[in-house]
Design a protein around this ligand. Structure first.
Ligand SMILES: Cc1cc2nc3c(=O)[nH]c(=O)nc-3n(C[C@H](O)[C@H](O)[C@H](O)COP(=O)(O)OP(=O)(O)OC[C@H]3O[C@@H](n4cnc5c(N)ncnc54)[C@H](O)[C@@H]3O)c2cc1C
Length: 437
Protein backbone atom coordinates (compact mmCIF):
# COMPACT_ATOMS: atom_id res chain seq x y z
CA UNK A 1 0.00 0.00 0.00
CA UNK A 2 1.34 3.43 -0.95
CA UNK A 3 0.37 6.66 0.73
CA UNK A 4 0.48 9.83 -1.36
CA UNK A 5 0.19 13.39 -0.12
CA UNK A 6 -1.44 16.12 -2.16
CA UNK A 7 -2.74 19.56 -1.30
CA UNK A 8 -6.04 19.41 -3.22
CA UNK A 9 -7.62 16.10 -4.21
CA UNK A 10 -10.56 16.07 -6.62
CA UNK A 11 -12.65 12.91 -6.95
CA UNK A 12 -13.96 12.41 -10.50
CA UNK A 13 -12.79 13.81 -13.86
CA UNK A 14 -16.24 14.96 -14.91
CA UNK A 15 -17.08 18.48 -16.06
CA UNK A 16 -17.23 19.83 -12.48
CA UNK A 17 -13.68 18.99 -11.48
CA UNK A 18 -12.26 19.66 -14.94
CA UNK A 19 -13.74 23.18 -14.73
CA UNK A 20 -12.15 23.58 -11.29
CA UNK A 21 -8.82 22.36 -12.66
CA UNK A 22 -9.01 25.06 -15.33
CA UNK A 23 -9.93 27.70 -12.71
CA UNK A 24 -6.92 26.66 -10.59
CA UNK A 25 -4.64 26.83 -13.65
CA UNK A 26 -5.91 30.32 -14.41
CA UNK A 27 -6.07 31.70 -10.85
CA UNK A 28 -2.64 33.31 -11.01
CA UNK A 29 -1.16 31.02 -8.37
CA UNK A 30 0.54 28.12 -10.21
CA UNK A 31 1.37 26.53 -6.85
CA UNK A 32 -2.31 25.89 -6.21
CA UNK A 33 -2.71 24.02 -9.49
CA UNK A 34 0.57 22.14 -9.08
CA UNK A 35 -0.62 20.74 -5.76
CA UNK A 36 -3.86 19.41 -7.21
CA UNK A 37 -4.68 15.89 -8.36
CA UNK A 38 -7.85 14.57 -10.03
CA UNK A 39 -8.74 10.90 -9.57
CA UNK A 40 -10.87 9.24 -12.23
CA UNK A 41 -12.14 5.69 -11.80
CA UNK A 42 -12.16 5.00 -15.55
CA UNK A 43 -9.22 4.95 -17.95
CA UNK A 44 -10.31 8.10 -19.74
CA UNK A 45 -12.70 11.06 -19.61
CA UNK A 46 -16.14 10.43 -21.08
CA UNK A 47 -19.13 12.68 -20.44
CA UNK A 48 -22.22 10.58 -19.60
CA UNK A 49 -20.19 7.52 -20.63
CA UNK A 50 -23.14 5.14 -20.83
CA UNK A 51 -25.46 7.41 -22.80
CA UNK A 52 -22.89 8.64 -25.28
CA UNK A 53 -25.29 7.96 -28.13
CA UNK A 54 -24.12 9.13 -31.56
CA UNK A 55 -27.14 11.41 -32.06
CA UNK A 56 -27.51 12.74 -28.48
CA UNK A 57 -26.91 16.46 -28.11
CA UNK A 58 -25.99 18.79 -25.28
CA UNK A 59 -29.03 20.53 -23.87
CA UNK A 60 -27.15 23.74 -23.13
CA UNK A 61 -25.21 26.09 -25.34
CA UNK A 62 -21.52 25.42 -26.03
CA UNK A 63 -20.90 28.92 -24.67
CA UNK A 64 -21.58 27.33 -21.29
CA UNK A 65 -18.44 25.23 -21.59
CA UNK A 66 -15.99 24.72 -18.73
CA UNK A 67 -14.69 28.27 -18.76
CA UNK A 68 -16.11 30.80 -21.23
CA UNK A 69 -18.68 32.48 -18.98
CA UNK A 70 -15.89 33.21 -16.49
CA UNK A 71 -13.05 33.89 -18.91
CA UNK A 72 -14.05 34.26 -22.57
CA UNK A 73 -10.34 34.58 -23.48
CA UNK A 74 -9.35 31.24 -21.99
CA UNK A 75 -7.39 28.77 -24.12
CA UNK A 76 -9.57 26.03 -22.58
CA UNK A 77 -12.75 27.10 -24.38
CA UNK A 78 -14.81 24.81 -26.59
CA UNK A 79 -14.18 27.12 -29.54
CA UNK A 80 -10.41 26.93 -29.03
CA UNK A 81 -10.69 23.14 -28.86
CA UNK A 82 -12.36 23.18 -32.28
CA UNK A 83 -9.83 25.72 -33.55
CA UNK A 84 -6.85 23.60 -32.46
CA UNK A 85 -8.34 20.57 -34.20
CA UNK A 86 -9.09 22.49 -37.38
CA UNK A 87 -12.83 21.88 -36.97
CA UNK A 88 -14.11 25.40 -36.39
CA UNK A 89 -15.42 26.07 -39.91
CA UNK A 90 -17.45 22.87 -39.99
CA UNK A 91 -18.94 23.53 -36.56
CA UNK A 92 -19.93 27.10 -37.44
CA UNK A 93 -21.49 25.81 -40.63
CA UNK A 94 -23.64 23.41 -38.61
CA UNK A 95 -25.41 26.50 -37.21
CA UNK A 96 -26.14 25.12 -33.75
CA UNK A 97 -25.58 26.08 -30.13
CA UNK A 98 -26.01 22.45 -29.07
CA UNK A 99 -23.04 20.24 -29.98
CA UNK A 100 -23.30 16.47 -29.99
CA UNK A 101 -22.71 14.92 -26.58
CA UNK A 102 -19.69 12.97 -27.91
CA UNK A 103 -18.15 16.22 -29.12
CA UNK A 104 -18.37 17.84 -25.68
CA UNK A 105 -17.02 14.61 -24.24
CA UNK A 106 -13.99 14.78 -26.56
CA UNK A 107 -13.59 18.44 -25.57
CA UNK A 108 -13.48 17.47 -21.89
CA UNK A 109 -10.79 14.83 -22.56
CA UNK A 110 -8.81 17.48 -24.48
CA UNK A 111 -9.05 19.83 -21.48
CA UNK A 112 -7.77 17.08 -19.18
CA UNK A 113 -4.91 16.34 -21.61
CA UNK A 114 -3.82 19.95 -21.96
CA UNK A 115 -3.72 20.99 -18.29
CA UNK A 116 -0.25 22.34 -17.46
CA UNK A 117 -0.13 21.74 -13.72
CA UNK A 118 -3.10 19.78 -12.37
CA UNK A 119 -2.42 16.03 -12.56
CA UNK A 120 -5.08 13.52 -13.62
CA UNK A 121 -4.76 9.92 -12.44
CA UNK A 122 -6.92 7.41 -14.31
CA UNK A 123 -8.13 3.92 -13.50
CA UNK A 124 -8.42 4.36 -9.72
CA UNK A 125 -11.63 4.96 -7.86
CA UNK A 126 -11.99 6.60 -4.49
CA UNK A 127 -13.68 4.12 -2.15
CA UNK A 128 -13.77 5.66 1.28
CA UNK A 129 -13.11 9.07 2.76
CA UNK A 130 -12.07 9.50 6.37
CA UNK A 131 -11.28 12.76 8.14
CA UNK A 132 -7.76 13.34 9.49
CA UNK A 133 -7.83 15.04 12.89
CA UNK A 134 -5.18 16.96 14.81
CA UNK A 135 -4.61 16.23 18.47
CA UNK A 136 -7.27 18.76 19.45
CA UNK A 137 -9.80 17.01 17.16
CA UNK A 138 -9.75 19.69 14.47
CA UNK A 139 -10.24 18.37 10.93
CA UNK A 140 -6.91 19.00 9.20
CA UNK A 141 -7.49 16.96 6.06
CA UNK A 142 -8.78 13.69 4.62
CA UNK A 143 -7.52 10.19 3.93
CA UNK A 144 -9.05 8.73 0.79
CA UNK A 145 -8.71 4.96 0.21
CA UNK A 146 -8.48 3.95 -3.43
CA UNK A 147 -9.61 0.89 -5.35
CA UNK A 148 -5.98 -0.23 -5.84
CA UNK A 149 -5.28 -0.25 -2.10
CA UNK A 150 -3.41 3.08 -2.02
CA UNK A 151 -4.37 5.98 0.19
CA UNK A 152 -4.20 9.66 -0.70
CA UNK A 153 -3.90 12.19 2.11
CA UNK A 154 -5.01 15.68 1.23
CA UNK A 155 -5.77 18.93 2.94
CA UNK A 156 -8.67 19.94 0.71
CA UNK A 157 -11.02 17.48 -0.92
CA UNK A 158 -13.39 18.25 -3.77
CA UNK A 159 -16.17 15.79 -4.45
CA UNK A 160 -17.21 15.83 -8.13
CA UNK A 161 -18.18 12.21 -8.66
CA UNK A 162 -21.77 12.81 -9.75
CA UNK A 163 -24.98 11.63 -8.15
CA UNK A 164 -26.04 8.09 -7.24
CA UNK A 165 -28.45 6.32 -9.57
CA UNK A 166 -32.00 5.95 -8.23
CA UNK A 167 -33.57 2.48 -8.52
CA UNK A 168 -37.15 2.39 -7.16
CA UNK A 169 -37.67 -0.08 -4.33
CA UNK A 170 -39.93 -2.42 -6.33
CA UNK A 171 -37.18 -3.19 -8.86
CA UNK A 172 -34.41 -3.83 -6.32
CA UNK A 173 -35.34 -7.47 -5.74
CA UNK A 174 -35.24 -8.42 -9.44
CA UNK A 175 -32.22 -10.31 -10.86
CA UNK A 176 -29.55 -7.66 -11.39
CA UNK A 177 -28.84 -8.76 -14.99
CA UNK A 178 -32.43 -7.89 -15.99
CA UNK A 179 -32.41 -4.33 -14.60
CA UNK A 180 -30.36 -1.70 -16.43
CA UNK A 181 -30.28 1.88 -15.12
CA UNK A 182 -29.68 4.61 -17.71
CA UNK A 183 -26.23 5.25 -16.18
CA UNK A 184 -25.28 1.69 -17.26
CA UNK A 185 -26.96 1.51 -20.66
CA UNK A 186 -23.89 1.57 -22.96
CA UNK A 187 -21.86 -0.97 -21.02
CA UNK A 188 -24.75 -3.41 -20.41
CA UNK A 189 -26.93 -3.30 -23.53
CA UNK A 190 -24.83 -6.01 -25.23
CA UNK A 191 -25.36 -8.50 -22.41
CA UNK A 192 -29.01 -7.47 -22.03
CA UNK A 193 -29.80 -8.42 -25.63
CA UNK A 194 -28.71 -11.97 -24.70
CA UNK A 195 -31.63 -12.18 -22.25
CA UNK A 196 -34.17 -12.80 -25.00
CA UNK A 197 -35.93 -16.18 -25.03
CA UNK A 198 -34.26 -18.67 -27.42
CA UNK A 199 -34.98 -17.76 -31.03
CA UNK A 200 -37.13 -14.74 -30.13
CA UNK A 201 -36.34 -11.02 -30.16
CA UNK A 202 -35.73 -9.15 -26.90
CA UNK A 203 -38.75 -7.68 -25.13
CA UNK A 204 -37.37 -4.50 -23.51
CA UNK A 205 -39.47 -2.21 -21.30
CA UNK A 206 -38.30 1.31 -20.48
CA UNK A 207 -39.59 2.92 -17.29
CA UNK A 208 -39.81 6.72 -17.08
CA UNK A 209 -40.81 9.67 -19.21
CA UNK A 210 -37.85 12.05 -19.24
CA UNK A 211 -34.78 12.50 -21.44
CA UNK A 212 -32.73 9.46 -20.32
CA UNK A 213 -35.71 7.11 -20.63
CA UNK A 214 -36.56 8.43 -24.08
CA UNK A 215 -32.94 8.16 -25.23
CA UNK A 216 -32.78 4.49 -24.18
CA UNK A 217 -36.12 3.84 -25.88
CA UNK A 218 -34.84 5.35 -29.12
CA UNK A 219 -31.47 3.55 -28.89
CA UNK A 220 -33.09 0.15 -28.29
CA UNK A 221 -34.51 0.25 -31.82
CA UNK A 222 -30.94 0.02 -33.12
CA UNK A 223 -29.27 -1.93 -30.31
CA UNK A 224 -31.86 -4.71 -30.04
CA UNK A 225 -32.88 -5.29 -33.67
CA UNK A 226 -36.26 -6.96 -34.13
CA UNK A 227 -37.33 -6.06 -30.58
CA UNK A 228 -40.53 -4.23 -29.66
CA UNK A 229 -39.49 -1.62 -27.11
CA UNK A 230 -42.25 -0.36 -24.82
CA UNK A 231 -42.04 2.74 -22.66
CA UNK A 232 -44.23 3.06 -19.58
CA UNK A 233 -44.83 6.47 -18.01
CA UNK A 234 -47.19 7.75 -15.35
CA UNK A 235 -47.73 11.21 -16.85
CA UNK A 236 -50.22 12.11 -19.59
CA UNK A 237 -47.57 11.88 -22.30
CA UNK A 238 -44.01 12.78 -23.23
CA UNK A 239 -43.51 16.53 -22.88
CA UNK A 240 -41.01 19.11 -24.09
CA UNK A 241 -39.10 20.64 -21.25
CA UNK A 242 -39.83 24.31 -20.72
CA UNK A 243 -37.54 26.60 -22.62
CA UNK A 244 -38.95 30.07 -21.91
CA UNK A 245 -36.22 32.70 -22.08
CA UNK A 246 -37.69 34.30 -18.96
CA UNK A 247 -37.42 31.08 -16.98
CA UNK A 248 -34.00 30.38 -18.47
CA UNK A 249 -32.68 33.40 -16.56
CA UNK A 250 -32.91 31.22 -13.47
CA UNK A 251 -30.03 29.19 -14.92
CA UNK A 252 -27.75 32.26 -14.96
CA UNK A 253 -24.72 31.85 -12.66
CA UNK A 254 -25.82 35.09 -10.96
CA UNK A 255 -29.12 33.46 -9.91
CA UNK A 256 -27.18 31.20 -7.52
CA UNK A 257 -26.78 34.21 -5.17
CA UNK A 258 -30.51 34.96 -5.31
CA UNK A 259 -31.44 31.34 -4.71
CA UNK A 260 -28.98 30.88 -1.86
CA UNK A 261 -30.42 33.95 -0.11
CA UNK A 262 -34.02 32.65 -0.27
CA UNK A 263 -35.95 31.10 2.59
CA UNK A 264 -36.34 27.32 2.59
CA UNK A 265 -39.98 27.79 1.58
CA UNK A 266 -39.14 30.02 -1.39
CA UNK A 267 -36.38 27.67 -2.54
CA UNK A 268 -38.79 24.72 -2.49
CA UNK A 269 -41.37 26.67 -4.53
CA UNK A 270 -38.80 27.71 -7.14
CA UNK A 271 -37.36 24.18 -7.41
CA UNK A 272 -40.86 22.73 -7.72
CA UNK A 273 -41.76 25.08 -10.58
CA UNK A 274 -38.42 24.56 -12.31
CA UNK A 275 -38.81 20.79 -12.38
CA UNK A 276 -40.29 20.99 -15.89
CA UNK A 277 -37.30 22.95 -17.19
CA UNK A 278 -34.99 20.01 -16.75
CA UNK A 279 -36.15 16.77 -15.20
CA UNK A 280 -39.64 16.05 -16.42
CA UNK A 281 -39.26 16.71 -20.11
CA UNK A 282 -37.43 16.08 -23.36
CA UNK A 283 -35.44 18.40 -25.59
CA UNK A 284 -38.03 19.64 -28.14
CA UNK A 285 -36.15 18.55 -31.33
CA UNK A 286 -35.60 15.08 -29.87
CA UNK A 287 -39.26 14.77 -28.91
CA UNK A 288 -40.19 15.57 -32.52
CA UNK A 289 -37.79 12.90 -33.81
CA UNK A 290 -39.28 10.33 -31.47
CA UNK A 291 -42.83 11.15 -32.45
CA UNK A 292 -41.89 11.06 -36.14
CA UNK A 293 -40.36 7.60 -35.74
CA UNK A 294 -43.55 6.26 -34.17
CA UNK A 295 -45.71 8.01 -36.79
CA UNK A 296 -43.66 6.38 -39.56
CA UNK A 297 -44.11 2.95 -37.99
CA UNK A 298 -47.88 3.45 -37.70
CA UNK A 299 -48.37 4.80 -41.21
CA UNK A 300 -46.26 2.06 -42.76
CA UNK A 301 -48.24 -0.54 -40.83
CA UNK A 302 -45.19 -1.68 -38.83
CA UNK A 303 -45.97 -0.61 -35.28
CA UNK A 304 -43.23 -2.12 -33.16
CA UNK A 305 -42.84 0.46 -30.40
CA UNK A 306 -45.31 1.54 -27.77
CA UNK A 307 -45.26 4.64 -25.59
CA UNK A 308 -47.85 4.01 -22.90
CA UNK A 309 -48.76 7.11 -20.94
CA UNK A 310 -50.94 7.16 -17.78
CA UNK A 311 -49.44 3.80 -16.88
CA UNK A 312 -48.08 3.07 -13.43
CA UNK A 313 -45.99 0.05 -12.48
CA UNK A 314 -47.18 -1.19 -9.09
CA UNK A 315 -45.29 -4.47 -8.77
CA UNK A 316 -42.47 -6.46 -10.36
CA UNK A 317 -41.33 -10.08 -10.08
CA UNK A 318 -39.64 -12.83 -12.11
CA UNK A 319 -41.43 -15.96 -13.26
CA UNK A 320 -40.05 -19.13 -14.80
CA UNK A 321 -40.88 -19.82 -18.43
CA UNK A 322 -39.71 -22.66 -20.67
CA UNK A 323 -36.01 -22.09 -21.30
CA UNK A 324 -35.50 -19.45 -18.59
CA UNK A 325 -37.33 -16.70 -16.81
CA UNK A 326 -39.06 -13.40 -17.53
CA UNK A 327 -39.92 -10.21 -15.66
CA UNK A 328 -43.61 -9.69 -14.94
CA UNK A 329 -44.78 -6.15 -14.20
CA UNK A 330 -48.14 -5.39 -12.60
CA UNK A 331 -49.27 -2.28 -14.35
CA UNK A 332 -52.17 0.04 -13.53
CA UNK A 333 -53.93 1.90 -16.32
CA UNK A 334 -54.56 5.28 -14.68
CA UNK A 335 -57.47 5.99 -17.04
CA UNK A 336 -59.50 2.99 -15.93
CA UNK A 337 -57.75 1.78 -12.76
CA UNK A 338 -57.57 -1.62 -14.47
CA UNK A 339 -54.54 -3.78 -13.70
CA UNK A 340 -52.76 -5.99 -16.21
CA UNK A 341 -49.46 -7.81 -16.54
CA UNK A 342 -46.69 -6.75 -18.87
CA UNK A 343 -44.06 -9.44 -19.54
CA UNK A 344 -40.55 -8.60 -20.63
CA UNK A 345 -36.96 -9.83 -20.71
CA UNK A 346 -35.19 -6.70 -19.47
CA UNK A 347 -36.09 -3.43 -17.77
CA UNK A 348 -34.38 -0.15 -18.62
CA UNK A 349 -34.77 2.41 -15.87
CA UNK A 350 -34.89 6.11 -16.70
CA UNK A 351 -35.67 6.77 -13.06
CA UNK A 352 -33.06 9.43 -12.48
CA UNK A 353 -30.89 10.09 -9.47
CA UNK A 354 -31.10 9.79 -5.70
CA UNK A 355 -31.96 13.29 -4.38
CA UNK A 356 -29.93 12.67 -1.22
CA UNK A 357 -26.21 13.35 -0.90
CA UNK A 358 -24.19 10.55 -2.56
CA UNK A 359 -23.52 7.54 -0.31
CA UNK A 360 -19.79 8.32 -0.10
CA UNK A 361 -20.56 11.81 1.25
CA UNK A 362 -23.15 10.46 3.70
CA UNK A 363 -20.58 7.99 5.08
CA UNK A 364 -18.12 10.84 5.53
CA UNK A 365 -20.78 12.83 7.41
CA UNK A 366 -21.12 9.87 9.81
CA UNK A 367 -17.34 9.74 10.23
CA UNK A 368 -17.23 13.41 11.27
CA UNK A 369 -20.23 12.84 13.50
CA UNK A 370 -22.65 15.12 11.67
CA UNK A 371 -26.22 14.14 10.74
CA UNK A 372 -25.68 15.62 7.27
CA UNK A 373 -23.25 17.80 5.39
CA UNK A 374 -24.41 21.23 4.26
CA UNK A 375 -22.34 23.69 2.29
CA UNK A 376 -21.92 27.46 2.43
CA UNK A 377 -22.28 29.75 -0.59
CA UNK A 378 -18.75 28.72 -1.71
CA UNK A 379 -19.70 25.03 -1.71
CA UNK A 380 -17.57 24.33 1.41
CA UNK A 381 -19.02 21.93 3.96
CA UNK A 382 -19.32 23.03 7.55
CA UNK A 383 -16.86 20.75 9.39
CA UNK A 384 -16.83 22.65 12.64
CA UNK A 385 -15.08 25.76 13.87
CA UNK A 386 -11.37 25.96 13.16
CA UNK A 387 -11.32 23.15 10.56
CA UNK A 388 -8.10 23.41 8.56
CA UNK A 389 -9.02 20.88 5.91
CA UNK A 390 -11.96 21.72 3.65
CA UNK A 391 -14.47 19.60 1.79
CA UNK A 392 -16.11 21.10 -1.30
CA UNK A 393 -19.14 19.45 -2.87
CA UNK A 394 -19.89 19.95 -6.56
CA UNK A 395 -23.10 19.04 -8.38
CA UNK A 396 -25.07 17.85 -5.35
CA UNK A 397 -26.33 21.12 -3.87
CA UNK A 398 -29.56 21.67 -5.75
CA UNK A 399 -31.47 22.27 -2.51
CA UNK A 400 -29.27 25.24 -1.54
CA UNK A 401 -27.81 26.49 -4.84
CA UNK A 402 -30.66 25.86 -7.28
CA UNK A 403 -31.57 23.54 -10.12
CA UNK A 404 -28.57 24.54 -12.23
CA UNK A 405 -26.23 23.00 -9.64
CA UNK A 406 -26.26 19.60 -11.35
CA UNK A 407 -25.86 21.17 -14.81
CA UNK A 408 -23.04 22.57 -16.85
CA UNK A 409 -24.61 26.05 -16.89
CA UNK A 410 -22.88 27.31 -13.74
CA UNK A 411 -19.60 25.37 -13.88
CA UNK A 412 -17.35 28.16 -15.05
CA UNK A 413 -18.50 30.45 -12.24
CA UNK A 414 -18.80 27.79 -9.56
CA UNK A 415 -15.22 26.65 -10.11
CA UNK A 416 -14.07 30.26 -9.69
CA UNK A 417 -15.99 30.49 -6.38
CA UNK A 418 -14.26 27.35 -5.10
CA UNK A 419 -10.79 28.31 -6.36
CA UNK A 420 -11.12 31.74 -4.72
CA UNK A 421 -12.23 30.19 -1.45
CA UNK A 422 -9.20 27.87 -1.47
CA UNK A 423 -6.82 30.76 -2.17
CA UNK A 424 -8.46 32.97 0.48
CA UNK A 425 -8.03 30.22 3.09
CA UNK A 426 -4.35 29.78 2.12
CA UNK A 427 -3.83 33.56 2.39
CA UNK A 428 -5.55 33.66 5.80
CA UNK A 429 -3.25 30.87 7.06
CA UNK A 430 -0.17 32.74 5.89
CA UNK A 431 -1.22 35.98 7.59
CA UNK A 432 -1.99 34.06 10.79
CA UNK A 433 1.58 32.74 11.02
CA UNK A 434 3.29 35.97 9.82
CA UNK A 435 5.63 37.38 12.46
CA UNK A 436 4.70 41.00 13.19
CA UNK A 437 7.44 43.49 12.18
C1 LIG B 1 -27.75 11.55 -19.87
C2 LIG B 1 -27.46 12.89 -19.29
C3 LIG B 1 -27.32 13.99 -20.11
C4 LIG B 1 -27.04 15.23 -19.57
N1 LIG B 1 -26.96 16.28 -20.40
C5 LIG B 1 -26.73 17.49 -19.89
C6 LIG B 1 -26.65 18.63 -20.77
O1 LIG B 1 -26.83 18.51 -21.97
N2 LIG B 1 -26.38 19.82 -20.21
C7 LIG B 1 -26.19 19.97 -18.86
O2 LIG B 1 -25.93 21.08 -18.41
N3 LIG B 1 -26.27 18.92 -18.03
C8 LIG B 1 -26.53 17.70 -18.51
N4 LIG B 1 -26.61 16.64 -17.68
C9 LIG B 1 -26.39 16.84 -16.21
C10 LIG B 1 -24.99 16.36 -15.76
O3 LIG B 1 -25.11 16.06 -14.41
C11 LIG B 1 -23.94 17.42 -15.95
O4 LIG B 1 -23.86 17.74 -17.30
C12 LIG B 1 -22.50 16.99 -15.59
O5 LIG B 1 -22.17 15.74 -16.16
C13 LIG B 1 -22.21 16.98 -14.10
O6 LIG B 1 -20.82 16.89 -13.99
P1 LIG B 1 -20.05 16.26 -12.74
O7 LIG B 1 -18.62 16.39 -13.06
O8 LIG B 1 -20.56 16.89 -11.50
O9 LIG B 1 -20.51 14.75 -12.68
P2 LIG B 1 -20.36 13.57 -13.75
O10 LIG B 1 -20.50 14.06 -15.12
O11 LIG B 1 -21.27 12.51 -13.27
O12 LIG B 1 -18.85 13.07 -13.59
C14 LIG B 1 -18.42 12.36 -12.46
C15 LIG B 1 -17.07 11.72 -12.78
O13 LIG B 1 -16.58 11.13 -11.59
C16 LIG B 1 -16.13 9.80 -11.85
N5 LIG B 1 -16.30 9.06 -10.60
C17 LIG B 1 -17.45 8.67 -10.01
N6 LIG B 1 -17.22 8.04 -8.86
C18 LIG B 1 -15.89 8.03 -8.70
C19 LIG B 1 -15.02 7.52 -7.70
N7 LIG B 1 -15.51 6.91 -6.62
N8 LIG B 1 -13.68 7.67 -7.85
C20 LIG B 1 -13.17 8.30 -8.95
N9 LIG B 1 -13.94 8.78 -9.94
C21 LIG B 1 -15.28 8.66 -9.81
C22 LIG B 1 -17.03 9.33 -12.98
O14 LIG B 1 -16.47 8.25 -13.68
C23 LIG B 1 -17.15 10.60 -13.81
O15 LIG B 1 -16.09 10.71 -14.71
C24 LIG B 1 -26.88 15.38 -18.18
C25 LIG B 1 -27.03 14.28 -17.33
C26 LIG B 1 -27.32 13.05 -17.88
C27 LIG B 1 -27.50 11.89 -16.97
Amino acid sequence: MTVHDVDILMIGAGPSNLALAVALEECGSPGAAAGALILEQHDDVKWQRNLLLPWARSQVSYVKDLVTLRNPRSRFSFLNFLHERGELDEFVNLGTFNPFRWQLSTYQQWVADTLDHVQVRYGVGAERILPVHSEDATVVGFAVSLSNGDTVICRDLVFGAGRDAFVPEMFRGLPAERVVHSTEYGSRIGAATGLARPGLPLRPVVIGGAQSAAEMFMALHQDAPGSSPAMLLRSIGLKDYQTSKFVNELFFPSFVDDFFAMSAQARAKVLGEMHLTNYAGLAPPFLDELYTMIYRQRMLGQPVSAVRALTEVIGARVESVPGGEEVVLDVRDLRTDGIEQVRCDALFLGTGFDPRMPAMVRRLAEAVDLPELTVNRNYRADLGAGAKGALYLQGVNEATHGISDSLISVLAQRSADIARDILDRRAADLSAVAVPA
